[in-house]
Write a protein of this length. Sequence first.
Length: 345
Amino acid sequence: MMMNYLGAQNGQIKIYESEDLSVIDNYILVDVSYSAVSPGTENTMSQGSQEEVVRLGYSASGIVNSVGNGADDFKVGDRVSVYGAPYVGHRSQLLVPKTLAVKVPESVSLKDASLGGLGAIAIHGLRQGNLRFGEICVVVGLGIYGQLIAQIAHNAGLVVFALNRSASRAELLHEVSGLKTYSDEDELEKDLMLASGGKGADAVFLCAGSGASYLTDKSIDWLCDRGKSVIVGDIQPNYSREKMFVKEIDIRISRAGGPGRYNTSYEKDAVDYPYGYVRWTEGRNVGEFIRLLEAKRIKVDAYYDMPTPIETYPEVYRTLSERGASYLTHCFTYGKNQDLEEEKV
């Protein structure tokens, strides 16, 4: 049998076929129900693709088909959220290391759970700010990562100021979370200084795209002395040394979903890091995202539209790339795997 997957070659996206997979030690084989689109990342990957086919996607959910030796925490039939290319993507079947899979409770839909990888990236980005409840943060750029960071930060007891120049994105976060949001920088700055007694924010999370590099320098104006500027989005740093020096700013960058990402031992070899030494790995960050969904501390169903089969990819990518797109992501479906999930909901 053959499986379908989305890939890009020489700048063009299309569906490819490859042989079905077989389970191996320390891995699980997953029949995919939904895979979530990361518009900015996948657009960049497809535009940069050349002769070698680049497989797209990195966040999905589905049902465990078979379990390899050593993956004892899982059993056939488990509902799981999985994260991390090249093991996870827009494919009908996935062979995933046990370190990159998390069980999904019945109370959480597999549609929501398919955003597990996006959630892990947002959670790790927030952790990079190293904030404590009651401290103040500014979230700039309310795409999928900015929206999730703002929601999670708010629920963690942080004081959140969220900004997007598109009023519709700011309004979406307000509707989902109840947070006051901003589309005007001057208004945000005025309220921020009032809330902080003129001192500024403890951290700014930069979740905007590549066209907003001016915000890296602007973020210093919003920070308190020795505050943190955390780069989460695909944004080119452009800081003024003089501004950095005056406030002794701490500049940090967030690498994907957390410790373990891009590490051969953790991912390919499926060797977990000791819990007491590395509390929040990329896999455990996915688990935390699922826990927040289960506890109804965050909402994500307003961020995607009606899931559609993988064959609808041309329209999906076109719509998500439009300025002012109504949705932030999309869930692809995979035939009978999705039908079985719908029957249970």
